[in-house]
Design a protein around this ligand. Structure first.
Ligand code: ADP
Length: 546
């Protein structure tokens, strides 16, 4: 027997309609490169999104056609988020910090027909002109004609348009199509930390369910009165879905643009009354250090933060809470899961723990949101015990997890029984809380046992002479692999290999201690700021231990 409820599709257009109809009093504030602010309301964003959709439809853009953006967090980008997806086309956000070859690769892979570019990124796009794919029909600069320099090298090679001229005079209402909720809405490529970027194709349904789910108390906890500042970029995993969750909640948005330095962020938080923000640890580490160097600077009303992308250092969490009254929720996610998977909010079992005990526990990545199922299996395929010690690869299933990659059928990341293999190696404790100990590709497989490269890296970061460190596997004739430690010393310091290795004694099992130390001037990072181990592995490929 079927239920007798209305079968209304879950569409991105409904998020925009809801915010515009019911939350006209909330504001969308965008920071310009010169620091000045532009203000809109949800109805104004909805009108401009409708105009963009009309303009693209007039250019013949069809349902399912991919339209790329190369942009920061600002209002033109928000209008593209809604206008492109709501009309039935696919918003393809591109990370401007990727290497030029990677950008060209993913534009071609997606077969984008239009590229919307922020004026500050136009020169970068022009430098790529020779590599842009033939599918590209036009480049739309997210601003006015004045934002396109007369000598722009793209002139004459591509149709070059200004978004403001394109939308001028277009109707401010769009009769959004009633799409199948499973239709593709947006496309984002993984940052390629562990290989070629792979496209994740979100649907209207997955996006809306993810947005609603992230609003819950143990996740973003956003309401209409909140002022939400996504520092996480709109070019990567839809800024953790915040542009959508903010609309569902009817909240105000503060879009910080390209300037994410601590002073600019602190100013926005204070002047716009930001109550909630989300970003990677690097951003908050910089803000904390800046605040400490500016005695007297505080928050009039401390915002709540959600932090993820890489592990949250306990020292940062503790510093914000104890010195500035800012509470941080540690979250874990991935491009492939829209991205939110787990958060480490308190449960009845640890609700009574004192501050320091919980701060230590908050280094763990947390427990699943409703809708996210986790399975952890060891190298032999058996599920591991939930004792906080045994580790295995984390697999995920749920309505906002990917079922396949775009253009790459049969990828080994998807199991035959319908789970996505995250590539993260984790433990799970008695409270159901996971802790990432490594990426499956980075774990060092020594004599059939696993050594966590991340544990070795985190430990050595406590050595007073170490600026940054990476641990990778080197081949070993007897043990298959042994750890090699790469250390970037702090400026002016010259520790010896013996001093460095001695630091591990008593902290890890003897057989975990790296076989060798190399000192380097710097370590390579990916576009999303993570250690680029694939590059290191190539560089040290021939290195043999023993
Ligand atoms: P990429 O996989 O290309 O690095 P993502 O942005 O999708 O790009 O990153 C997802 C990965 O980032 C996860 O698989 C995990 O390894 C890491 N990650 C995300 N959140 C956390 C976190 N809170 N702690 C540790 N690692 C994290």
């Amino acid at each position: 027997m079927l239920g007798l409820m209305q079968d209304r599709p879950l569409l991105i257009s409904s998020l925009l309609d809801h915010a515009a109809r019911n939350h006209a009093g909330s504001r969308i504030v965008s920071a310009r490169p010169d620091g000045s602010l532009v203000r809109h309301s949800w109805p104004e964003i909805a009108a401009r999104a409708a105009q963009l959709a009309h303009a693209l439809a007039a250019r013949g853009v069809q349902r399912g056609e991919r339209i790329a953006t190369l942009a920061w967090n600002e209002h033109h980008h928000l209008e593209a988020y809604y206008g492109i997806s709501a009309m039935g086309a696919v918003l393809h956000t591109v990370n401007p910090r990727l290497f030029p070859g990677q950008i060209a690769f993913i534009l071609a892979d997606a077969e984008d027909t239009h590229l919307l570019v922020d004026p500050t990124l136009l020169a970068g796009a022009a430098a790529l002109a020779d590599q842009l794919p033939p599918s590209l029909r036009a480049i739309i600069v997210m601003g006015s004609e004045a934002d396109i320099p007369a000598d722009c090298p793209l002139r004459g090679r591509f149709e070059l348009l200004a978004q403001e001229s394109l939308i001028a005079g277009q109707p401010t209402q769009f009769d959004w199509p009633e799409l199948d909720e499973r239709s593709a809405s947006s496309l984002c490529y993984t940052s390629g930390t562990t290989g070629e970027p792979k496209g994740v194709l979100y649907s209207h349904r997955s996006t809306v369910i993810h947005a609603i789910s992230t609003l819950q108390k143990d996740c973003f906890a956003i309401g209409a009165a909140d002022v939400v500042m996504p520092v996480v970029p709109m070019f990567h995993v839809n800024a953790w879905g915040i542009p959508y969750s903010a609309a569902a909640a009817g909240a105000s948005l503060v879009l910080p643009g390209a300037k994410l330095d601590p002073a600019s962020l602190h100013r926005l938080i204070e002047e716009e009354g930001v109550t909630f923000s989300a970003g990677v640890p690097t951003i908050w580490t910089a803000l904390l250090n800046w605040l400490r160097a500016e005695p007297g600077r505080r928050f009039a009303a401390p915002p709540r933060l959600v932090v993820g992308g890489t592990a949250l250092p306990t020292a940062i969490n503790a510093g914000f809470l104890k010195e500035y009254g800012v509470s941080i929720l540690h979250a874990w996610g991935m491009t492939e899961i829209s991205p939110l998977g787990t958060t480490n909010a308190r449960k009845p079992e640890n609700a009574g723990w004192d501050e320091d005990r919980f701060l230590d526990y908050a280094r763990k990545q947390g427990r699943p949101l409703f809708g996210v199922e986790l399975r952890i299996r060891d190298g032999a395929g058996a599920e591991i015990p939930h004792d906080g010690t045994a580790f295995g690869e984390l697999e995920v299933r749920g309505p906002w997890a990917a079922a396949a990659y775009f253009n790459r059928p049969g990828d080994a990341a998807f199991t035959a029984d319908g789970w996505f293999r995250t590539g993260d190696v984790v433990t799970m404790d008695e409270l159901g809380c996971i802790e990432i100990v490594d990426r499956a590709k980075d774990v060092i497989k020594s004599g059939g046992e696993w050594i966590s490269s991340i544990t070795l890296e985190n430990l050595i970061m406590g050595h007073p002479a170490v600026q940054e460190a990476a641990v990778i596997a080197m081949a070993h004739p007897k043990w298959d692999e042994r750890p090699l430690l790469l250390v970037q010393p702090k400026p002016g310091m010259a520790p010896t290999a013996e001093e460095i290795l001695a630091y591990y004694e008593g902290k890890v099992a003897k057989w975990w201690i790296p076989d060798a130390v190399e000192f380097v001037e710097s370590l390579p990072h990916t576009a999303t700021g993570k250690l680029w181990k694939a590059d290191l592995k190539t560089r040290y490929k021939g290195r043999v231990a023993g």
